[in-house]
Design a protein around this ligand. Structure first.
Ligand SMILES: Cc1ncc(COP(=O)(O)O)c(CN[C@@H](CN)CCC(=O)O)c1O
Length: 428
């Protein structure tokens, strides 16, 4: 495969854009460096790079593109918005329509607000929780990612109830001191942290199904324990469903496990590929938000007609009967194929999968928390990534990101992918 145009574009980008990318996730630093491939056309489950190479896409733009690239229903909605005026600075009826769709799918959303990214959505839920409880500390889980605002760019040590230390420059110690990190799926560690910081915890923030150290489901009883322990401590539960909302079902993890948080942050899929974020929750909590209450959140583009139209169109597509069952069947076929080839060539992997999202970890043992994911073999992943890319299979360039299927993937695509996996394992 020839990547020369991508390489040239990357050299050009390096002169103007920090690291040549607008998000560090897109750099190939974790997979040996060099120029990322530059895509220039997407259609369904495929995209083409600037050198004309075609790929089956499992990146899905880190989650949003569950309908496949350039879905006609979404494209039509965006085109209409473009010709109708993309931004007025006034409320529009689309915001009412979309808010009602979200509330119908996720009943814990008694009130919602639209913002422009998952980061903004999570950031605001934390602010609202602090306003509502009049407390400042939050507990998050090691390895969970919640966007790039100060309070969550903190990764404490592996021990429970450890006070956070910043994992990004520019975050004041004073901010890091208000974040406690505990291991995911560890109820005792959570209880310990809530006890130690009794009366000071505003909220426990969790990815109910983790997507940021691969796909990791909550252990039996874990989410119920999060609710019970957090509420007993007088704090709020915030679900970060930026990845999970509409990924596994027409709704959220709340409809899968039958457990509701106090607030939910969303993003990615609900924007149909356009910039989006949303948060919502119990009425009496959400009424802390301006102009009703003292917690401020605003945004020029919040609820803009183009993102609303794209989000509405996306959810209309996802209402199709049997859609998630089909994603699950394709995901199961892919998982089985990868495992069968790994066994055939003696490659030690473990696969975590839920519906149409999966992660292949290199190494032994099950992955139920960040420490185990961190210990998985990144070198082998980097080799795997490169060999798959050269065969026209595009994955996220990180061992911590999931493979995302779209509704456009076919059995044939899965068979082609498994054949590429076999060829890759033969060379590892
Ligand atoms: C659970 C969760 N919560 C919040 C965010 C932040 O959303 P955005 O601000 O990127 O829209 C994310 C963003 N995810 C990353 C990678 N999984 C997006 C990729 C990137 O940062 O380029 C998330 O996964």
């Amino acid at each position: 495969m020839n990547f020369s145009t991508s390489e040239a574009l990357h050299q050009e980008a390096l002169k103007h854009i920090v690291g040549g990318v607008n998000s560090p996730s897109r750099a190939y630093k974790a997979v040996g460096g060099g120029a990322p491939v530059y895509m220039e056309k997407g259609e369904g489950a495929y995209f083409w790079d600037v050198d004309g190479n075609k790929y089956i896409d499992y990146l899905g733009a880190y989650g949003p593109i569950i309908t496949g690239h350039a879905h006609p229903h979404i494209a039509k909605a965006i085109t209409h918005a473009a010709t109708n005026g993309v931004l007025y600075g006034t409320p529009t009826k689309l915001e009412n329509q979309f808010a009602k769709m979200l509330k119908q799918a996720i009943p814990s959303l008694e009130k919602v607000r639209f913002v422009n990214s998952g980061t903004e959505a999570v950031m605001t839920t934390v602010r609202v929780a602090r306003a509502y409880t009049n407390r400042t500390k939050i507990i998050k889980f090691a390895g969970c990612y919640h966007g790039h605002f100060d309070s969550v760019l903190v990764e404490a040590g592996s021990g429970p109830a450890t006070l956070g230390t910043p994992d990004s420059a520019g975050i004041p110690e004073s901010v890091a001191q208000d974040v406690i990190t505990v291991p995911f799926n560890n109820m005792e560690a959570l209880k310990h942290a809530l006890d130690i910081w009794e009366g000071q915890i505003a909220a426990v923030l969790v990815e109910p199904i983790v997507g940021n150290f691969g796909i990791v489901e909550p252990k039996e009883g874990f989410l119920q324990a999060v609710n019970d322990l957090t509420h007993n401590a007088g704090a709020l539960v915030i679900y970060d469903e930026v990845i999970t909302a509409f990924r596994f079902t027409y709704g959220s993890s709340q409809q899968i496990y039958g457990i509701e948080p106090d607030m939910t942050a969303m993003g990615k899929i609900i924007g149909g590929g356009l910039p989006i974020g949303a948060y919502g929750g119990k009425k009496q909590i959400m009424e802390q938000v301006a102009p009703l209450g003292p917690a401020y959140q605003a945004g020029t583009m919040a609820g803009n007609p183009a993102s609303m139209a794209a989000g509405i169109a996306c959810l209309e597509v996802l209402q199709e009967e049997g859609l998630y069952e089909k994603l699950d069947q394709l995901g199961e076929k892919l998982e089985a194929g990868i495992i069968e080839k790994a066994d055939k060539y003696g490659i030690s992997i473990s696969v975590n999968r839920l519906c149409g999202a999966l992660t292949v970890y290199f190494g032994d043992g099950e992955i139920t928390n960040y420490e185990q994911a961190e210990a998985s073999d990144g070198e082998s992943f980097a080799t795997f990534f490169r060999l798959m890319l050269r065969q026209g299979i595009n994955l996220a360039p990180s061992k911590y990101e999931a493979w995302f299927l779209t509704i456009a993937h076919t059995e044939k695509d899965i068979e082609e992918t498994i054949a590429a996996v076999e060829k890759t394992f033969q060379h590892m």
